[in-house]
Design a protein around this ligand. Structure first.
Ligand SMILES: O=C(O)c1ccccc1NCC(=O)[C@H](O)[C@H](O)COP(=O)(O)O
Length: 389
């Protein structure tokens, strides 16, 4: 029964009485996978009411809401796909139910299974953020923000470090684990690591806040902020909802990551504006030419990260930075005075020199420095000299 994950009959009917539906051919499955969801109300007699369950009217309303949610989710994905975004958003109620006569069924890969790690992260984030929003609604967050201390100048710190050292300004990442590398450091004390990075000459810090896939947390961000570390802090999150930006601001962030592989243009525009209102810098991350072109078409972007890691396949290739900065793209970036950050896979002074030559004025580095017994000395190793002086 390839392509079919559930097929059930209404109470009182039997699959055996409809042998042709028992094992629908693929063409049958394909035909229905392309249909819009069939409205439950068109099939009033499909499901008999179970004693003690909700009334048919309530059930109908609930189904109508689910269909609406599904349609909105699908619309969102269509807009994203038209911009070349392959990462789909989680369908709010799972894959659509299809109805044929007395049967209802769902099709495999009808939008219900994440296709890669980034999609899995984003789908999980969707559930996580919905729950967090219920506990802390936006109105509550806004009240906290009124009394929050001012943010620090993230972009200014990178520029100052670059002018001071002649090397790319360093955003040093407080990273305990990652989906591609597993645990990077067992004795992980975020504040101690942050202090070591600051002492070692980092211009800014990046703090992973995702718990499930990176073993990070917002508590880490808050603790680093409250420990008196002066470097501006990037909240390294998978942002899918503006609510997360407000939350990051409350937890001490000075900047936040926006991933173009996940967010359609309109979301990026909107979120960049929210960041400006909240005094946060937005690091907009791209990893291919199409994403770079989309982002270069958006007004008000000051900071673009080029990720050398393909977040769908984990492949790391530092020549990606060079590729995306060649020719007209590089020229446009200079004209717009955008600071480019080379991200991922940087381990040696040669790597840093290579991306600097390609045109970056900042680098974002995690693994190679966090794994050192003294992460501050790790920075000296990465640049080939002490950049704290
Ligand atoms: O690091 C991962 O395995 C990863 C997997 C899926 C999505 C994002 C991922 N990493 C986020 C980053 O981009 C890096 O943490 C950051 O650029 C530092 O990279 P590195 O210096 O290679 O640790």
């Amino acid at each position: 029964m390839e392509g079919l994950i559930s097929l059930k009959s209404s109470p009182g009917t039997s699959l055996r009485s409809f042998p042709s539906f028992n094992q629908p051919p693929n063409s049958f499955a394909r035909r229905f996978s392309m249909d819009l969801p069939l409205r439950r109300s068109s099939f009033p007699a499909i499901r008999a009411q179970q004693p003690g369950t909700i009334s048919p009217k309530e059930e109908e309303e609930e189904d109508a809401l689910k269909v609406k949610e599904w349609e909105v989710g699908m619309f969102q994905n269509e807009v994203a796909a038209s911009q070349g975004i392959r990462i789909r958003r989680r369908p709010p109620t799972g894959p659509p139910l299809h109805y044929v006569g007395p049967f209802e069924f769902r099709l495999q890969n009808d939008g219900n299974t994440p296709r890669n790690i980034l999609e899995e992260i984003v789908w999980h984030k969707d559930t996580e953020v919905s729950q967090m929003k219920e506990r802390k609604p936006l109105a509550t967050l806004k009240k906290f923000i009124e009394n929050a201390p001012p943010t620090r100048d993230f972009v200014g710190a990178l520029k100052a470090a670059h002018s001071r050292t002649g090397l790319p300004g360093l955003i040093a990442e407080v990273k305990k684990a990652s989906p591609s590398r597993g645990i990077l450091r067992e004795d992980f004390d975020p504040v101690e690591i942050a202090r070591a990075y600051e002492k070692g000459g980092a211009a800014c810090l990046s703090v992973l806040t995702d718990e499930k896939f990176f073993k990070g947390s917002f508590e880490n961000l808050e603790a680093i902020r409250n420990a008196g570390v002066q470097c501006p802090l990037l909240c390294k999150e998978f942002v899918i909802d503006a609510w997360q930006i407000y939350y990051a601001r409350i937890k001490g962030a000075d900047a936040i990551l926006l991933i173009a592989a996940v967010l359609p243009d309109l979301d990026i525009r909107y979120m960049v504006k929210i960041c400006k209102i909240l005094g946060l810098a937005a690091l907009v991350e791209v990893h291919d030419e199409r994403e770079m072109d989309r982002v270069l078409g958006i007004e008000g972007i000051e900071l673009i990260g080029i990720n050398n890691r393909n977040l769908e396949t984990f492949e790391v290739d530092i020549s990606n930075t060079k590729k995306l900065l060649e020719g007209e793209r590089g020229q446009l970036i200079c004209q717009k005075d955008i600071i480019v950050v080379g991200e991922s896979g940087l381990f040696t002074p040669d790597h840093v020199g290579y991306v600097q030559e390609a045109g970056v004025k900042a680098v974002l580095v995690g693994e190679s420095i966090v794994k050192q017994s003294d992460p501050g000395k790790g920075i000296t190793g990465l640049f080939g000299r002490d950049i704290s002086l």
